[in-house]
Design a binder for this molecule. Structure first.
Ligand code: SF4
Length: 453
């Protein structure tokens, strides 16, 4: 197996929820296509009279509920996931709304309703396929096929995946990572930073600025969530709860149960923002986008965490996320929710331990404890919406991360019997053994028992 070459900003991506493959990648596709259309000869741009967009696979099956149409239109209008306003997709919510697409002078009227939800099963090589065709009568002026390949990544038909650089300290497991740290007398965040520079070619300053932006978007999602009431979009009519818990935590001055209520409130807040289709950070996925922000917010606003400590903690969290992604999965569709909220909880536990200045072994132990106690967790979103059980599950994941840190940092390190590599192997095997019903299909578990009620 090759060494880990995943970039920090592949794991932690900014963009609108509730599902990166349904919103972030389609938004990028819209942006990319309109940019290309603007480079067509002027005569073609002037005679263009129609844009035909078709969605296939799960983009067709659940794209409507996940806001795929409005994500594409926002991209066509020039918005990109990491720079758009947090609630940009709400501007494209009204049925029958039309917009003028700028083709670099000439323009074309277009409505999100024009996007065609095509076949769920098809012959394209990737399940989540989008086809775009700019037309003049029967003539096709520009045609592109895009694949949303998971985690918000977009690939164009015919495009080969860019080859990453060689990591400065190649590793595949935590055991190998620890050898590098010992051999080079390095700290974990230094190694992750050095690898990021080698793999992506980005300068260290650039990476640190990127991390600050990630922290800022996480904090903004928490702050918007704890100050917003009402129900979330979609047929479930789910009530937002973060603001209620936050107000109670404040009344209790964050003491005793008030402290736990605050962690819950922060995780619910970012998750509710995700469910509302607002911008979050995939950490490591949109579904699990509340766990790490809750711990970041606690650290910064209640535990005196400095920005530099939080950045370093995030780098340590990325090491855990990379190992889980490389040796198991971070996709609910592949291994169930243990790979989403479970991994997010392990990353958050490591972040907390590392940012609080714990020894390296405490960081690993905290991550292992958090992951171990999510093993076997299924993915069964009710109605296919990232709301029940997802939102409360983020709160549980954040509290478990805090608890894992407490256990790991209180007990003697030699008491730890299970190491992180073993827990990740167990997650991978459990995921392989898990019935398809429990892997984001909504065919089992809570998704079914809710239907029966
Ligand atoms: S239940 Fe499924 S969709 Fe919901 S957070 Fe977990 S993995 Fe994601």
């Amino acid at each position: 197996m090759p060494p880990i070459t995943t970039s920090i900003f592949e794991l932690l991506k900014i963009g609108p929820g509730p599902s990166s493959s349904h919103t972030i990648a389609p938004m990028k596709a819209g942006f990319d296509f309109i940019e290309e259309a603007r480079r067509l000869p002027e005569a073609d741009r002037k005679r263009a009279d129609a844009l035909e967009i078709r969605l296939f696979g799960s983009l067709s099956a659940t794209g409507e509920g996940h806001g795929t149409r409005r994500a594409i239109v926002s991209g066509l209008l020039g918005f990109l996931p990491d720079t758009c306003r947090p609630n940009v997709l709400e501007e494209f919510d009204q049925p029958g709304q039309t917009f003028r697409l700028d083709l670099g002078g000439p323009s074309l009227e277009y409505s999100p309703d024009d996007i065609i939800l095509d076949a769920v099963r098809h012959d394209y090589p990737h399940s989540n396929t989008m086809t775009f065709a700019l037309k003049a009568g029967d003539a096709v002026l520009l045609e592109r096929i895009y694949y949303s390949v998971g985690g918000g990544f977009l690939r164009r038909k015919g495009e080969t995946e860019p080859k990453p650089g060689e990591p400065a300290h190649p590793y595949k497991t935590m055991a190998e990572l620890k050898q590098h740290l010992r051999r080079n007398s390095m700290r974990l965040h230094q190694l992750i930073l050095a690898n990021e520079t080698a793999v992506t070619g980005a300068a260290e300053d650039e990476i640190l600025l990127g991390l600050d932006r990630i922290i800022e978007v996480m904090e903004r999602a928490v702050e918007l969530g704890i100050t917003t009431a009402g129900t979330l979009p979609g047929p479930i009519g789910l009530q937002r709860k973060a603001a209620i818990l936050y107000n109670r935590a404040r009344e209790e001055q964050y003491q005793g149960p008030g402290f736990l209520k605050a962690i819950n409130a922060y995780a619910l807040a970012a998750s509710e923002e995700n469910a509302a289709g607002h911008c979050v950070v995939t950490a490591p996925t949109c579904g699990a986008a509340g766990v790490i922000p809750a711990i970041v917010y606690m650290l910064k606003h209640h535990m005196g965490g400095r920005q530099s400590e939080i950045r370093e903690g995030l780098l340590a969290a990325c090491a855990i996320g990379f190992l889980c992604k490389h040796n198991a999965s971070i996709s609910g569709a592949e291994v169930g929710c243990q790979g989403e909220v479970g991994v997010a909880s392990a990353m958050a536990a490591a972040l907390l331990a590392y940012a609080r200045g714990s020894r390296f072994q405490v960081t690993e132990n905290a991550a292992e404890i958090a992951l171990e106690h999510h093993l076997g967790l299924t993915c069964d979103p009710v109605g296919g919406y990232v709301q029940i059980p997802c939102i409360e599950r983020n709160a549980m994941g954040a509290v478990k991360a805090y608890n894992a840190y407490l256990i790991a940092s209180t007990l003697d390190e030699s008491y730890q019997m299970v190491d992180l590599d073993k827990a990740i192997r167990a997650m991978a095997q459990t995921g392989r053994d898990m019935s398809r019903k429990y892997k984001e299909t909504s065919l089992g578990g809570l998704a079914q028992s809710m239907t029966e009620c």
